[in-house]
Design a protein around this ligand. Structure first.
Ligand code: ADP
Length: 261
């Protein structure tokens, strides 16, 4: 029987120090190695990493430059982070290799064009392809920023995962940003019954703490769960035990499962 395919995102908040430009979270990278070591032979993994503190400063710095310059600067920054991650995995004898997102996905006439055969074959061979959020080439506007979640969304049409796991630096989805509010409460399950309520709570907390990204993240994760009929787990990568459970599809002690089936 072929193994289950699991997409895992090493979030930028987990793998980099978000407020220190171009700074890796070394402890997190060690945790990522431990998580992958314990799972990659049991399921077929497809990894993606966020850009975190490598991508955002570059986009900020070059956003008013010509789009061609932004494109190549963005490529340079995201490539560096991805290479560090992949080399670290390989040093630990985990068979992982870079797949440059912008070399296999582009946007033409407002549609994504994809060349997925290399990824498919790597997954079949038990090698972990490591893609990443990147500026992809757009025939009209030069570039389009494609988040890791959107990379997963595009890939999942062709290579169907059994589940998707997003690793971040907090235990899951909370009713408000847990880094700013000590009384924030974790939301264990998001499903058809409570999605609207959760989105409403998150849209309120958006005004509270200005981070704002969680609302969009949960909305698109819920859409993905519904489209594919699979659960999307949001757990901490720092808590390696929970991350391993999520990847193997075991019940969680702490984390969020978005399940719109
Ligand atoms: P990543 O880059 O790892 O994908 P983000 O930085 O976009 O992740 O999201 C994770 C961050 O979102 C956490 O570090 C946390 O501080 C912040 N955050 C804001 N609101 C919430 C919330 N309601 N629940 C969980 N995390 C939240």
């Amino acid at each position: 029987m072929s193994k289950e395919i699991v997409y895992v995102k090493l979030g930028g908040s987990f793998i980099t120090l978000k407020n220190k430009p171009f700074t890796l979270n070394i402890d997190a990278l060690d945790k990522a190695v431990a998580i992958i070591k314990n799972t990659w032979k049991k399921v077929s993994l497809l990894l993606g990493n966020g850009g975190g503190s490598f991508a955002h400063p570059v986009v900020q710095k070059y956003k008013n430059a010509c789009p061609e310059e932004l494109l190549v600067r963005c490529h340079s920054a995201t490539r560096k982070l991805n290479y560090i991650i992949v080399d670290k995995l390989l040093e630990n004898n985990i068979l992982a290799t870079t797949i440059q997102t912008s070399a296999i996905i582009m946007k033409q006439n407002n549609e994504y064009k994809v060349f997925l055969d290399p990824v498919k074959i790597l997954v079949e061979k038990g090698i972990i392809p490591v893609l990443y959020g990147e500026c992809i080439i757009n025939s009209k506007n030069t570039y389009t920023v494609l988040s890791t979640e959107n990379v997963f969304r595009i890939l999942s049409k062709y290579i169907k995962p059994s589940r998707i796991v997003l690793l971040t630096d907090v235990d899951g989805v909370y009713d408000k940003n847990p880094k700013k509010h000590r009384d924030a409460k974790i939301i264990n399950v998001i499903n058809r019954k409570n999605l609207e309520d959760v989105l409403e709570i998150l849209s309120l907390s958006k005004d509270l703490d200005e981070t704002g990204s969680m609302y969009g993240k949960i909305k698109s994760a819920a859409e993905l769960s519904e489209e594919l009929g699979i659960p999307v787990y949001i757990v901490s990568g720092i808590n390696t035990g929970e991350a391993i459970k999520a990847i193997l599809g075991k019940p969680l002690s702490r984390g969020t499962i978005i399940d719109m089936r």
